[in-house]
Design a protein around this ligand. Structure first.
Ligand code: TYD
Length: 199
C-alpha cells in the first residue's frame, strides 16, 4: 500500500467534516499508517483572520475568496506538501471545493473559473469525499447566536446543490451524513481503504 496520499473531506456546514476527518485519522493511525490531520481555514495567521471574518457579514465576498486562496497556498506549501513528501497520508477537513462552492454561491460576480484560477497554486487531492446532509437538519443542532455568516438554510441549500453537482461532474464520492456517526464513518473508511489499495 502506497502511503503518500492526500484525502479531503468536504461538505456543507454541519455535515460533520470535522468529526469524520478526526475519526478517519484515528482509524488510519490505528492501522499503523503515518497520518497528518489538518483543516481549513488553517492555523496560519491568514487562517486566524478568516476565522474572525466568519463572524463578520460586512466582508466583501471577493476578499473572502482571495484570503481563502492565500491561506490555502500557504497551507499547501508549508504543511500539506511537506507532510506528503515525508510519506504521510494527509487528511484535510475542507479544501479547494469549499472555496469553489461557498465563494461562487456568495456572489454573482465570483465565477467558479476565477476561484479555480486563484487556487491554482494548491495541489490536487488524491481523493475527495463530500458529506451530504439537508441544512435544515444540520443547522437545527446549533443555537441562533452561534451561527456564522454562512450558516443560513437558504444559502446552504444553494451550497449543497452546487456540491452535489460538482461531485457528479468530478466523480467525487458522496456520503449521506444524516445517519448515525458509526455508519457514516464506516462508509468513509471503506471508500478510503479501497482508494488506498487501488492507488
Ligand atoms: P468550518 O468547517 O465550519 O469550521 P468550524 O467547524 O470550526 O466552524 O469552516 C468554516 C466556514 O468557512 C464554513 O462555513 C465554510 C467556510 N469556508 C469557505 O467559505 N471557503 C473555504 O474555502 C473554506 C475552507 C471554508
Amino acid at each position: 500500500m502506497k502511503k503518500k496520499f492526500f484525502i479531503v473531506i468536504d461538505g456543507i456546514d454541519g455535515a460533520g467534516t470535522t468529526t469524520h476527518s478526526s475519526l478517519l485519522a484515528g482509524f488510519l493511525e490505528g492501522r499503523g499508517l503515518s497520518l497528518h490531520l489538518t483543516q481549513e481555514p488553517s492555523n496560519s495567521d491568514i487562517g486566524q483572520i478568516l476565522r474572525k471574518f466568519l463572524k463578520n457579514k460586512e466582508i466583501p465576498p471577493c476578499t473572502d475568496a482571495l484570503l481563502f486562496a492565500a491561506d490555502r497556498s500557504l497551507h499547501y506549501y508549508n504543511e500539506i506538501k511537506s507532510k506528503l513528501d515525508e510519506g504521510y497520508i494527509v487528511i484535510s477537513d475542507r479544501y479547494i471545493e469549499s472555496s469553489i462552492v461557498y465563494q461562487s454561491v456568495q456572489s454573482d460576480e465570483i465565477s467558479i473559473e476565477w476561484v479555480k484560477e486563484i487556487n491554482k497554486f494548491a495541489g490536487e487531492p488524491d481523493l475527495t469525499i463530500i458529506l451530504d446532509i439537508n441544512p435544515k437538519i444540520s443547522l437545527a443542532r446549533k443555537t441562533q447566536e452561534d451561527l456564522e455568516k454562512f450558516e443560513d438554510t437558504i444559502f446552504l441549500d444553494k451550497v449543497r446543490e452546487l456540491y452535489l453537482k460538482r461531485a457528479e461532474q468530478k466523480g467525487y464520492y458522496i456520503v449521506n451524513s444524516d445517519d448515525i456517526i458509526e455508519i457514516v464513518q464506516e462508509k468513509i473508511q471503506k471508500i478510503v481503504i479501497d482508494s488506498l489499495l487501488n492507488n
